[in-house]
Design a protein around this ligand. Structure first.
Ligand SMILES: C[S@@+](CC[C@H](N)C(=O)[O-])C[C@H]1O[C@@H](n2cnc3c(N)ncnc32)[C@H](O)[C@@H]1O
Length: 285
């Protein structure tokens, strides 16, 4: 029996038929917390419903309600509220052998990006120098350090709250010799890195909206042998190449040439919209 059916059974006689059929099919698990989304007709009974999650899921110790989106430059959750169980929003979440500690009411953690967090590490070759321009709490830097053998990862993060957990997570996972956290605006920090002689084999540009205004600065990290840029954004599936074209146009006017190595649709982002990633190899002309 699927989880929704179990939940329905547990709430028969408590919810109306209309409410029962509006129950959610799934939920997000972060550490030992279940984060649920509810149809507006269920909001009055949110605590009753949340109690049933606790009863049905032995490994879950608290239930929170997510009723907002991820917003703004720092990609923060709009509204995640405590419902039942232990009230503690700072979790240690394990994924692909990596521990991520963070406060999920203040910092996003998208389950839709799970495959990309895992996949990116498989592209990294031994000894690479990597710059993660929008590192967050280490979404990409940590699994790369865990599953590949890079020489150095420079992980830049602007939001002080995320940066605090980035530095903690580096220690928690024992990657102090590999990952160097940098608290600052990556638009400026990549120039500083480049001027101090750092050139990258790989540059990760993972933020929404697509960081078009950071491309010129990021290109200063390009190696003579070429550098792979992972450029993210939201695309209309019919016209998805527009995202690559925007990168290519800026690169070509800055005297670089681009080869498209690959592209992925990471998750759906709305009607016809997808979170996409382009792997672009860039060389000096
Ligand atoms: C939320 S992450 C997205 C990571 C990845 N796409 C994922 O979802 O797994 C993007 C991070 O970029 C940070 N950020 C935004 N603007 C920045 C800037 N100018 N310099 C450095 N970091 C920045 C945000 O604070 C946020 O932590």
């Amino acid at each position: 029996m699927g989880f929704k059916d179990k939940l329905k059974n547990a709430l028969v006689g408590i919810l109306t038929n209309e409410e029962l059929s509006a129950l959610p099919r799934g939920f997000q698990t972060i550490g030992d917390v279940a984060i649920i989304k509810l149809n507006s007709i269920l909001l009055e009974k949110k605590n009753l419903i949340a109690e049933k999650y606790l009863e049905l899921l032995p490994s879950i110790n608290s239930v929170y309600l997510n009723s907002g989106r991820v917003k703004g430059q720092f990609r923060t959750p709009e509204k995640i509220e405590y419902l039942v169980g232990v009230e503690n929003s700072v979790v240690k979440h394990k994924e692909h052998g990596v521990l991520y500690k963070f406060d999920f009411t203040k910092i996003m953690f998208s389950m839709g990006n799970l495959s990309e967090r895992k996949f990116l590490a498989t592209l990294v070759k031994d000894g690479e120098t990597i710059v993660d321009m929008f590192a967050g709490i280490g979404y990409f830097s940590l699994p790369i350090a865990k599953h590949s053998k890079p020489k150095r990862i420079y992980s830049i993060e602007l939001n002080p709250e995320s940066f605090k957990y980035l530095t903690e997570n580096i220690k928690l996972n024992h990657f102090e010799d590999i990952i160097m956290p940098i608290n600052g605006d990556s638009k400026e920090e990549v120039i500083e890195l480049s001027q101090s002689g750092v050139k990258a084999d790989r540059v990760i540009m993972g933020v929404f909206p697509a960081p078009k205004d950071f491309i010129r600065e990021a290109l200063t990290l390009t190696k003579v042998e070429g550098t792979v840029y992972h450029y993210e954004g939201i695309v209309d599936k019919e016209k998805y190449l527009a995202l690559f074209d925007e990168f290519k146009e800026i690169a070509e006017t800055s005297d670089f040439k681009c080869d498209l190595l690959g592209k992925r649709f990471v998750k759906s982002y709305g009607p016809r919209l997808y979170h996409a990633v382009f792997d672009i190899k860039v060389y000096k002309k």
